[in-house]
Design a protein around this ligand. Structure first.
Ligand code: ZN
Length: 256
């Protein structure tokens, strides 16, 4: 069984380049525009799958997380991006969230018929984030948007399915938990495709060249050893690695 994958460009954000690099140990003080991506798997057995769904509101993202300008043009909404592939939001049966940061979990309500799959440990961590109260970037909620998390707890709760650990969701489509990496309950989605195993890695890797090929962990992680093991495991298992915020992913994720 192999699947097709399509990238969904759900907005853009201007963020510090030091986010890409271990402990922010970089002399690069510039900011870059990065994509905010989701992914569509159009042909799963019981209907289309979406993986990550972008942010709820670019203005809110800037106010709360203070990372720099965020934009989402009319052709970058979840509905508009799905329409490019002939899929209506109501047709999506499964939404898988790599993690619950504002730029990955802000669009859940826009898929009215999708079950929402997230790791239990991620929802628990998102409800009570572990950061200090006064960070200049990330705010008090450490990139989790309280409104998104509240929505998952209620009114979307009936559609939430909590995963605990690794599961084979469908033949050839697997969710793998990498605890205490970019977030406490971050998962990667491994998808069998015609070019081999594609890894939808969320933000565990931000740039394939830096974080995978040069093995430099990115700047945001909870436990360094867990992060290093995760990056090595992803590199070992995957034929193509698809980070959320790497422009190269836009072409690399059109598979099949
Ligand atoms: Zn992100």
């Amino acid at each position: 069984m192999t699947y097709r994958i399509r990238p969904l460009l759900l907005g853009e954000a201007e963020v510090p380049n030091i986010l890409d690099v271990f402990w922010s140990l970089s002399t690069d003080r510039e900011r870059s525009s990065v994509p905010i991506l989701g992914f569509l798997i159009p042909d799963a057995a019981d209907g289309p799958i979406v993986i990550d769904c972008g942010m709820c509101d670019p203005k809110r993202a800037m106010e709360i997380h203070r990372l720099g300008p965020h934009t989402c043009s009319a052709d970058q909404t979840l509905a508009a991006q799905l329409a490019q592939h002939g899929v209506e939001p109501a047709e999506v049966k499964t939404l898988i969230l790599t993690h619950l940061h504002y730029d990955h979990a802000g669009g859940c309500a826009q898929l009215p018929n999708a079950r929402i799959l997230v790791q239990r440990s991620e929802l628990m961590a998102a409800a009570a984030p572990m950061g200090p109260a006064a960070l200049a970037i990330g705010g008090k909620s450490l990139f989790y948007d309280r409104a998104d998390i509240a929505e998952l707890v209620d009114p979307l709760w009936e559609r939430v399915e909590l995963i605990e650990g690794d599961i084979a969701l469908y033949p050839g489509l697997q969710c793998v938990l990498y605890p205490n990496t970019h977030t406490p309950g971050h998962q990667c989605i491994y998808v069998q495709t015609e070019i081999g195993t594609a890894a939808i890695v969320g933000d565990i890797a931000r740039k394939v060249d830096l974080n995978i090929e040069q093995a430099i962990p990115p700047g945001i992680y909870y436990d360094l050893e867990s992060m290093r093991r995760a990056l090595a495991d992803i590199a070992r298992r995957s034929d193509r690695i698809l980070p959320t915020h790497d422009w190269n992913t836009l072409s690399a994720a059109t598979i099949g």
